[in-house]
Design a protein around this ligand. Structure first.
Ligand SMILES: Cc1ncc(COP(=O)(O)O)c(C=O)c1O
Length: 347
């Protein structure tokens, strides 16, 4: 095949999706107002819709998932506190050290192969109440788990962690950047997840295909405090109804289809598994993220990604010995069949 004519199949992330024509149309005609004054009618609609959907008192639109997590940490903690999370979490690895800078807290990250930690692990990690130790004030979970290969956090474990948190007077936050992917697989309703948390965030700009934005939800008091920190962190925006319209469109139109991405991820995983270069347990692929290990120890993740790129497939090198591929709204079943065929033929 002539490499120059190869169609690029971009599997680096579900953040690469572009707003569709229909989404752009609703953005064009959105009503707008000054959102810092709380006067953007479309953002207000989106916030109400999210709060209703998740059965939470209140919701706040923020520019990014990172800002949502960082605001939640800020509201739930005091400087010097220690936040318990897992060793692979987004807040540990991919938020540029913001928890230390913005909230002055330590992160205690519990070891786990896929991001799913247990109530027992957390209880063991909790600090005794002595002046030499940091104060534990918050637990943060991630569902689905990005670095954990899209793993779904079991609701049964969330319930056990939530009751531990209540018993120990700790707050519980959910980084639900991809919670809709978890719900698509489990059939569990948003409120069944959210009732166990003091705050929940989800992203519009990943599997749901909107260009910008996340929703941070919780009690009215939590969201009032969050709104103040959103302004302080530079996330107070003005006439952003266009972004709100994209978000409403995404919730109305792009949730039902998420299992297509999950089916495509399984096909992709099987293709990687069938090669000599890659190795993975396809049973571990639960949602739209595929982490394929590299069987040949002489090939680095960067080299493996470069070889895939030569064949028109974009992925991210991942950790010491793997690559990550993510299926999404802008990748059709035809694209995946094409990608699988290229992988099987060239690797
Ligand atoms: C699990 C998780 N949380 C938070 C974020 C941050 O979202 P954003 O890129 O909008 O800051 C991401 C982004 O990929 C993510 O995967």
């Amino acid at each position: 095949m002539n490499k120059k004519s190869l169609r690029i199949i971009d599997l680096r992330s579900d953040t690469v999706t572009k707003p569709s024509g229909a989404m752009r149309e609703v953005m064009m005609t959105a009503e707008v107002g000054d959102d810092v004054f709380g006067e953007d009618p479309t953002i207000n609609l989106l916030q109400d819709k999210a709060a209703d959907l998740f059965d939470m008192e209140s919701a706040l639109f923020v520019p990014s998932g990172t800002m949502a997590n960082e605001i939640a940490i800020k509201v739930h903690t005091n400087p010097g506190d220690e936040v318990i999370t897992d060793c692979l979490s987004h807040i540990v690895h991919f938020e540029s050290g913001a928890p230390g800078l913005l909230s002055g807290i330590n992160l205690l990250s519990i070891q786990t192969p896929n991001g799913i930690i247990t109530a027992e692990q957390i209880e063991k990690a909790l600090r005794p109440d002595r002046i030499a130790y940091p104060h534990n004030s918050l637990i943060s979970l991630e569902n689905t788990h990005n670095y954990g290969g899209g793993a779904i956090f079991p609701l049964s474990e969330i319930k056990r962690i939530s009751s531990l948190a209540k018993r120990k007077s700790l707050r519980l936050h959910l980084d639900g950047a991809r919670i809709f992917n978890a719900m698509a697989v489990t059939g569990i309703k948003p409120g069944e997840y959210s009732q166990h948390f003091d705050s929940v965030m989800f992203c519009l700009s990943k599997g749901l295909g909107a260009p910008v934005g996340s929703l941070l939800m919780g009690s009215k008091d939590f969201v009032d405090a969050a709104r103040r920190y959103r302004k302080m962190f530079g996330g107070g925006m003005r006439q952003i109804g266009m972004l709100g319209a994209a978000g409403i469109y995404a919730l109305d139109n792009n949730v039902e289809r998420l299992n297509e991405d999950h089916k495509n991820a399984k096909l992709l995983a099987e293709a990687f598994q069938s090669t000599l270069l890659f190795e993975l347990n396809t049973g571990l692929v639960e949602t739209n993220i595929v982490i394929a290990g590299i069987a040949d120890r002489n090939t680095s993740p960067q080299e493996a990604a470069a070889r895939l790129e030569e064949n028109g497939i974009l992925v991210f090198p991942f950790g010491d010995n793997s690559i990550r591929a993510v299926t999404h709204l802008d990748i059709s079943n035809e694209d995946i069949e094409d990608a699988c065929e290229r992988i099987k033929r060239h690797f």
